[in-house]
Structures are given as structure tokens and as C-alpha cells.
Ligand binder design. Structure first.
Ligand code: NAD
Length: 291
């Protein structure tokens, strides 16, 4: 064991004696060979540093895989966002939510042990979107880390959009995407939505292929709503609809309305080292700048 790790162990045992909380962690992984190997190594190193795994009440969830794995991890622990933070290791290409490489597992575990010895865990908080789906059976509430989308399953979506309880427009087209700032680089970007920095407490409404002619008209640009504003979507016909919430999708045919807003609660990511959002955007979409 290196001297650094020994010092961390000593600090950890002192903090445990003093009754200070130590970081309890869990791992959610993609299930492919490299993610399994990375997960096994993380558990081995974490055990050597005295870190405890806690599947039900972790302080830190380590996602090993890609952005999709982080979306799974978020939804597994979405009822515990006040006490749980996330960090991601990417076992494929660089992810938006996964910026640690498998070769850096030891360094990540050292950071976890250091945070355990000197709590609290340093985090950065990102806004998420809350959606409330009203059907004849009642209201279902969901949270999304990236976005929620609504599409007509068998026909063009026809829906009235209200902003802050005022009728805004009648939308006709493929669908509507409502994204978070950290999700603005996902589906929203493919819809030509703007990229929003996650320090902005906002949601973005982007259209999918709207019909715009002399008869039908919708705004055509995406809209950014601040915290405390809300958007209601009222589908016009009792049509079969396809809803996606991050990586999950469901068909529903009795939707009365869907309300979207910035959620009161945020998602926390462990900030063991800086990796600014705009650097992630540049690395993912631009790459090296050729002079
Ligand atoms: P997937 O396997 O089809 O992955 C889609 C891609 O989106 C992956 O490359 C992933 O790294 C990337 N991605 C996910 N979140 C991102 C983010 N916040 N910023 C930038 N890239 C991101 O599907 P999955 O793994 O189940 O992920 C679901 C996500 O895929 C959705 O939340 C949505 O954002 C995205 N998606 C995009 C499109 C599109 O661009 N046309 C269509 C469907 C879904």
C-alpha cells in the first residue's frame, strides 16, 4: 500500500472513531466485460481502503459504462437524490456524465477515501425536469435527467401548449422534447436546440418536425423556461402516444395533460476534480482544433 493510501486509511479510521459519516458507495455497471472488470477492481480497491458498499442507502453511486448507464443509475436512486451523489467511469467513449477512465479507478477510489476521511463530499448540482402526467386514473410524477419526449405513436401529434396557464400554440408535428440543461447536449441537440450550461435552472422545449404552413403554425424555435414557470401539453385527440423519459419509453393512450417544470430537487455529481461543461462539449463535439 502506498503512503498516500495509508494516510487516507488513518484519517478514515479517525473519522470513524469520531463518529463522522464515511462515504458508503454502490456501483451500477453496464454488464459488458470491461465494465465488469472495472467494477470488480473498484470493489477490491475500495475494500482495501475501508470503504463500505451500501446498495440501499449509498452516499455515492459509481456508474461504470456510458451515459446510458448513468441514466439507469439516476432512475434507480431517483427517490434518494437528496442524499445520493453520482460519478461516472466511461468504459467506451467519453460520456457526458462519465468522465473517469477505467485506468483511473485507483485515483477515483483514493478520492472517495479522501472524501470519506474529510466529509462532506464535494458535489456539483444540476437541475432536472419534473413531469406530471394526468390521466383519468390520476397524476403520475416522474423526474428526468436528460429529457422527456412526447410523440404520436401512429399519427402526427396534435397538442395544445400552454405556458404558465396561458394558451401558447397548437402544435402539429412529430413530437415535443423537454430537456434539462445537462440533457441539452443529448436528443435536444439533434433537434437544433441550444446547449444550456447546467448552472442555469431552466428547461428547454424543442419541436420535432413541426408542420408549418398557411393553416398550421407553431413557434418553430426552441423555448427556454426558467424555474417556477411551467408548460402544459394537452393532446387534442385521444391518440396513442409514445412517451420517453431518458432511456425508457412507454405507450399511453389516455393522457389528459402533461405538465413540465424545473424540479425542486437537483441531481448531485461528486466533484473530485474539475471538468468544465464547455470542455466536455468541446471534447465530445469538436475535438482537436486544427490551426
Ligand atoms: P443510446 O444507447 O441510443 O445512446 C444515445 C447516445 O446519446 C449515446 O452516445 C450517449 O452517450 C448519448 N447521450 C446520452 N445522454 C447524453 C447527454 N446528456 N449529452 C450528450 N450525449 C448524451 O441510448 P441510451 O444510452 O439509452 O440514452 C438515452 C439518451 O439517448 C436519451 O436520453 C437521449 O438524450 C439520447 N437520444 C438521442 C436521440 C437523438 O439524438 N436523435 C434519439 C434518442 C435518444
Amino acid at each position: 500500500m502506498c503512503l498516500g493510501a495509508e494516510l487516507i486509511m488513518i484519517k478514515l479510521s479517525l473519522s470513524t472513531i469520531r463518529g463522522e459519516p464515511a462515504v458508503k458507495y454502490n456501483v451500477v455497471h453496464r454488464g459488458d466485460d470491461i465494465s465488469i472488470q472495472t467494477k470488480d477492481l473498484l470493489h477490491e480497491l475500495a475494500a482495501k481502503r475501508g470503504l463500505k458498499q451500501d446498495i440501499n442507502e449509498p452516499d455515492l453511486v459509481v456508474s461504470v459504462g456510458g451515459d446510458g448507464t448513468m441514466l439507469h443509475a439516476f432512475h434507480m436512486y431517483s427517490s434518494k437524490l437528496d442524499t445520493t451523489s453520482f460519478v461516472g467511469i466511461h468504459t467506451g467513449h467519453l460520456g457526458f456524465y462519465a468522465d473517469w477512465k477505467p485506468q483511473e479507478v485507483e485515483s477515483l477510489v483514493d478520492s472517495m477515501a479522501a472524501a470519506s476521511a474529510s466529509p462532506p463530499l464535494r458535489t456539483v448540482k444540476y437541475p432536472i425536469v419534473q413531469i406530471e402526467i394526468a390521466t383519468e386514473k390520476g397524476i403520475q410524477t416522474h423526474l428526468a435527467l436528460n429529457e422527456f419526449t412526447l410523440k404520436g405513436a401512429d399519427a402526427t401529434l396534435v397538442a395544445e401548449l400552454h405556458i404558465n396557464d396561458e394558451r401558447f400554440e397548437m402544435f402539429r408535428g412529430d413530437g415535443i422534447c423537454i430537456s434539462t440543461p445537462s440533457g441539452s447536449t443529448g436528443y435536444n441537440k439533434s433537434l437544433n436546440g441550444a446547449l444550456l450550461h447546467p448552472s442555469l435552472e431552466a428547461i428547454q422545449i424543442a419541436e420535432m418536425a413541426s408542420l408549418n404552413n398557411r393553416v398550421y403554425r407553431s413557434l418553430g424555435s426552441s423555448i427556454v423556461l426558467p424555474k417556477h414557470h411551467h408548460c402544459d401539453i394537452y393532446p387534442k385527440k385521444k391518440m396513442n402516444m409514445l412517451l420517453t423519459i431518458d432511456h425508457m419509453n412507454v405507450q399511453m393512450n389516455h393522457i389528459i395533460s402533461i405538465r413540465s417544470m424545473v424540479a425542486e430537487t437537483k441531481v448531485s455529481f461528486a466533484r473530485f476534480r474539475p471538468f468544465p461543461f464547455w470542455n466536455r462539449v468541446r471534447e465530445a463535439f469538436i475535438g482537436e482544433i486544427v490551426e
